[in-house]
Design a protein around this ligand. Structure first.
Ligand code: DGL
Length: 269
């Protein structure tokens, strides 16, 4: 039996990818992880494609230096802008990404699906095409697409400096036009948003919330299994938290967010 006990690298623009990491670490309990958040340059969602590519390449090289066996882009924005290019540049390492989980929401036959994501994720051809394809097969479903400029940044800052109330103010303004829409499903197309899942749910009548992380976890597991790169089951899981912002590493903030975030409830204390 072949095993590979090297860690899996997980990357996001900041604290958002910790929500993905939580699910992955529970679905793959024998695997170790190295998390890298680029909080110094967050948010990514309103940057240009070129800027995100430059930052993502730097992050990938940083994680490869940590001897990771696979990479997870735990960021919808980075996935839609750079995944294809990163796969071309680093063909020897499996690269996974995360995309808005619109398909499962449509499959579950909801009537009003609200997709929340960064402006860049929703603007790109990839999402537009996807939405167009799904629209053709739906009769009773309406997809509402809402770009949320500033929301990831507000979450990032609120997490870093607890006590700020920016996120609530942002959310209130953003969701106002949908207050009277009977939204029964919300797709969280940005990995920062599960950190405020509770507040989003409260806005509507307990909608079903989709983030797509379980699917990603299963895909990661089967891919590693086929490549004979799973860690052996005596491997003790370790998780290392790194950031482009040294102060965040020293303060242990990522670690605290990771511990406090309850991914099944989507609440964060
Ligand atoms: N967490 C990221 C995403 O999933 C990016 C948020 C941001 O930096 O704008 O899209």
């Amino acid at each position: 039996m072949h095993y590979d006990n090297r860690p899996i690298g997980v990357f996001d623009s900041g604290v958002g990818g910790l929500t993905v990491l939580k699910t992955l670490s529970q679905l793959l309990p024998d695997e170790s992880f190295v998390y890298y958040g680029d909080s110094l340059h967050a948010p990514y969602g309103e940057k240009s494609r070129q800027e995100i590519l430059t930052l993502s390449k730097k992050a990938v090289r940083y994680l490869l230096d940590k001897n990771v066996k696979a990479l997870v882009l735990a960021c919808n924005t980075a996935t839609s802008t750079t995944k294809a290019e990163l796969m071309r540049l680093y063909p020897n390492i499996p690269i996974f990404g995360i995309e808005p989980a619109l398909k499962p929401a449509v499959k579950d036959k909801h009537k009003h699906i609200l997709v929340l994501a960064t402006p860049l994720t929703l603007k790109l051809e990839k999402f537009q095409k996807f939405q167009y394809q799904l629209n053709q097969y739906m009769e009773q479903t309406t997809i509402h697409v809402l770009p949320c400029p500033g929301l990831a940044n507000a979450i990032e800052k609120d997490v870093i400096a607890p006590g700020r109330r920016e996120t609530e103010i942002f959310l209130d303004e953003l969701l106002k036009p949908y207050r009277r829409v009977p939204v029964d499903a919300v797709v969280l197309g940005c990995t920062h948003y599960p950190l405020i899942k509770d507040s989003i749910k409260k806005y509507f009548n307990e909608p079903e919330v989709y983030d797509g992380y379980t699917g990603l976890g299963r895909h990661l597991k089967t891919t590693l299994e086929h490549a004979k790169k799973l860690a052996d089951n005596r491997n003790t899981q370790t998780i290392t938290f790194l950031s482009s912002d040294q102060q965040l590493v020293e303060s242990g903030l990522y670690n605290q967010v990771f511990d406090a975030y309850d991914h099944t409830e989507g609440s964060f204390q």
